[in-house]
Every structure is written in structure tokens, then in C-alpha cells.
Design a protein around this ligand. Structure first.
Ligand code: MHF
Ligand SMILES: O=c1ccn([C@H]2C[C@H](O)[C@@H](COP(=O)(O)O)O2)c(=O)[nH]1
Length: 283
């Protein structure tokens, strides 16, 4: 939480204004940020200086794990966060690869679960990782990458958090997650939850102990229409103690995550926060 607020302050103190063509807005921007989450000690990195809609963040993560490509599937899981990118961006609406209403294209989990090989077969990256980690194997390439340069034009958005690398030291599992572009007021509060929960879940289903999760961000920005709320409302608030995440212990396999798990299987304990802040969202 402290590291999050320090990053917000650093963007305000040191950021440079950058024009963004895709959204037509300027962003105050810094390059490089490193955040670390203590998953082993269940220090759930939930924003406390405004109310977090953390269930939507976990719903996104579940959708990525399942390889979903439709915003309708994300809605059924419990989040509307992909509606705008699937249905409101002019460039994507005009893209011949878009298959219809709610289609997001070959983004995120589609690549993670069904990366297309030149010979027509596909690779399930997540299945291989789970199989190896369950056998205590870390081949130094336990990499889940959503970033497929050859299919970028087939998706509504290039994946932001694009690569997750798992590492085993003894029976402790670590995660290093890379993010190329980060909307700090909105997206980052979701991405922190996702990095933490991804490590907790994969440790749980592979029979390992979760350790630390390292979150590496390249371009961290605040959109021009978010700056006033960040500077004059959110950063005036003192952070509160971090809550804990409870995951249903009956989740034991990748198949469980693919089939019956819902948001009811996740609970947050001891969450206190300031009231919600509604930041503008850029499509
Ligand atoms: N500009 C932009 N920022 C993002 O963070 C972002 C994208 N685009 N496009 C793809 C996904 C979608 N994500 C989103 C989309 C919306 C919210 C959002 O509106 N969050 C609100 C409340 C959400 C709710 O009520 O469930 C928030 O206050 O956190 C967050 C992340 C993250 N990503
Ligand atoms: O998980 C996510 C997904 C998206 N974002 C933000 C980062 C940027 O503000 C936009 C994507 O725009 P690009 O022009 O493709 O960089 O979405 C995020 O922070 N987290």
C-alpha cells in the first residue's frame, strides 16, 4: 500500500507528460516501478485509500485462467471491465478479426491456454506449468506469456500484464509478473490483486507454499483526467492496515479453476477503506 502511494506521488513529482494517440489523452508518466507482495504471509495488497472492487479483479484473473475471449463470459464471472474494450473502441469495431458483439479477440488467456503453433497445433502454457510445479519441477522456463507479436492485430488490446514466470525454491513458489503499460489509478489496483491471487492459487493447486510475488512495471501513468482526484483526494488519505485473502481450500486442481470456482470461493478478511473514488476510464 505504501509502495503504491509512493508510486503515485513519484508520478506527480517526476512524471513527464506524454501524448497517447490510442486514447487521445495525455498521461503523466514514469518508467520502471517494482512492487513486491508477501503472499506467504497473506498481506493482501488491496487499496485502502479508496474502496476496492476486488471481486472484479479476481473475476478477470479467472477469465484469463480459463482462456476466455468474450466480454460476455467475463460478465458471467462477475465483471464488466472488458465491455468497453470489446464494444466501444472504434479501431477494434472496424477490425475484420472481431467476430461480433463482446468479442475481445486473441488476447490474454486465449494465448495462455491456446497459443497457435505454425503447424496448426496449439500450446497450453498454463497446463504445462501446473503439471511441472506439481511434480516439483522448475525448468527455469515456467513462463506464461500472453504477448504474441504475431497476433497482436487479432485482439482488442495488447495485453498489459503480459508475462508471468513461476519459480520454485525448495517447496516455496515465487512469481515474477511483467507489465508493459499501467493505468495506476484504475488498472494497478486490479493488477496487484491479480499478481497476488495468481501466486496464491497456483501454489495451492500445485501443493507448494506461496512466497513472494514480484511485480515489474515499465510505463506507469496517470491519465490527465484522473490527476486531480489522485492528487487532491486519494493522496490526502492515510493508508489503513492490509487485509487478508481467504481462498476456498477445496480448490485443488486446474480443472477446479476451469469448472466450478466462482467469486464466492474468495473472501477478504479485515478490509477497512475510505469511500470509493470514481476515476475516469479511457477506452
Ligand atoms: N484505460 C484502461 N485502464 C485499465 O486499467 C484497463 C483498460 N484500459 N482496459 C483493459 C482492462 C480493463 N481493466 C479495468 C477496467 C475498469 C476498471 C474500473 O472501472 N474499476 C472501478 C470499478 C469497477 C467495478 O465497479 O467493478 C474501480 O473503481 O476500480 C478497472 C480495471 C483494466 N484494464
Ligand atoms: O490489466 C491492465 C490492462 C490495461 N491497463 C491499462 C494500461 C493502459 O492505460 C491501457 C492500455 O493501453 P495501451 O495503449 O495498450 O498501453 O490499459 C492496465 O493498467 N492494466
Amino acid at each position: 500500500m505504501k509502495a503504491y502511494l509512493e508510486l503515485c506521488q513519484r508520478i506527480i513529482d517526476e512524471g513527464q507528460w506524454v501524448e497517447n494517440k490510442r486514447t487521445g489523452k495525455r498521461c503523466l508518466t514514469v518508467i520502471n516501478a517494482d512492487l513486491t507482495y508477501d503472499v506467504g504471509n497473506n498481506q493482501f495488497p488491496l487499496i485502502t485509500t479508496r474502496k476496492s472492487f476486488w471481486k472484479a479483479a479476481i473475476a478477470e484473473l479467472l477469465g484469463y485462467i480459463r482462456g476466455y475471449r468474450s466480454a460476455a463470459d467475463f460478465r458471467r464471472l462477475g465483471t464488466k471491465t472488458w465491455d468497453a474494450n470489446a464494444n466501444e473502441n472504434e479501431a477494434w469495431l472496424a477490425n475484420p478479426y472481431r467476430t461480433g458483439e463482446d468479442d475481445m479477440g486473441r488476447v490474454y488467456g486465449v494465448q495462455g491456454r491456446e497459443w497457435r503453433k505454425p503447424n496448426g497445433e496449439s500450446v497450453d502454457q498454463l497446463k504445462k506449468i501446473v503439471a511441472n510445479l506439481s511434480k516439483k519441477i522448475d525448468d527455469r522456463g515456467e513462463i506464461l506469456t500472453f504477448y504474441n507479436p504475431g497476433e497482436i492485430e487479432q485482439g482488442c488490446l495488447r495485453p498489459c500484464m503480459h508475462t508471468h514466470t513461476f519459480s520454485l525454491l525448495g517447496d516455496t513458489l515465487y512469481l515474477t509478473s511483467y507489465q508493459r503499460s499501467c493505468d495506476v489509478p484504475l488498472g494497478l489496483t486490479f493488477n496487484q490483486v491479480q499478481v497476488f491471487t495468481l501466486l496464491a492459487l497456483i501454489a495451492q493447486i500445485t501443493g507448494n507454499k506461496p512466497g513472494l510475488a514480484f511485480h515489474k512495471i515499465v510505463n506507469a501513468h496517470i491519465y490527465e483526467d484522473q490527476l486531480d482526484l489522485m492528487q487532491n483526494v486519494q493522496l490526502k488519505r492515510e493508508p489503513l492496515p492490509l487485509p487478508q485473502l481467504e481462498i476456498n481450500p477445496d480448490i485443488k486442481t486446474l480443472e477446479d479453476l476451469e469448472t466450478w470456482v466462482t467469486l464466492e470461493d474468495f473472501k477478504v478478511r479485515n478490509y477497512q477503506s475510505y469511500p470509493a473514488i470514481k476515476y475516469p476510464f479511457s477506452v
